[in-house]
Design a protein around this ligand. Sequence first.
Ligand code: FMN
Length: 207
Amino acid sequence: MTLSAIEVNGLKQAPAAEGVLPAVLGRWSPRAFADRDVSRADLARVFEAARWAASSSNEQPWRFLVGERHSETHGKLASVLAGFNKAWAPHAPVLILGAASTRFSHNGSSNSYALYDLGAATGYLQLQAAALGLSTHQMAGYDHDAARQVLEIPEDYALGALVALGYQGEPATLANEQLLSRELAPRTRKPLSELVLSAWGTPAELG
Ligand SMILES: Cc1cc2nc3c(=O)[nH]c(=O)nc-3n(C[C@H](O)[C@H](O)[C@H](O)COP(=O)(O)O)c2cc1C
């Protein structure tokens, strides 16, 4: 007997922090995905949220390749997954690959904030998904060269994370014990005192 999806969801919830957005506290990265499609309307909502992220010079360098289950793009994205990601991520009904243009469109100069901006947009996507009751899981574990090749991504686009999107599934559907134990592990974070400083090495005094 393992925990149900609802029980795990409770376990993964960040501790209540007054005034923090519910989607921030409730978002976490499952590996079990339900056998349930995501509506096109909800897909549009998560990308709309990503669209409104801030970016350097408002370049909006991000591009998202999206593959819904049974599509050629989903198959291609699943085929480039690496290591243990191969055991769970192909079951997600939507796979998304983020890429970012590394050159500014107005003058062709190098945009060293391209991946930073893609990360911000992906964060918006994740939070919008959480607000809609959807789950996301980012992955760096994929064959980047193969992805560039099979998805025909131009050289001047840097590759970001591959994102699994769908509804959280039952932990018991995971393929092995390693995946199950990760699904049930508590979420941990560094303390704010380590992350927010008033001078280098000095924790900022916060609320
Ligand atoms: C850029 C990035 C790459 C990641 N790569 C993987 C991956 O390849 N496989 C995986 O299972 N999880 C991956 N993760 C998920 C992280 O392990 C996870 O977000 C982290 O442990 C925090 O857990 P939480 O998202 O549930 O809060 C990745 C996350 C990010 C942001």
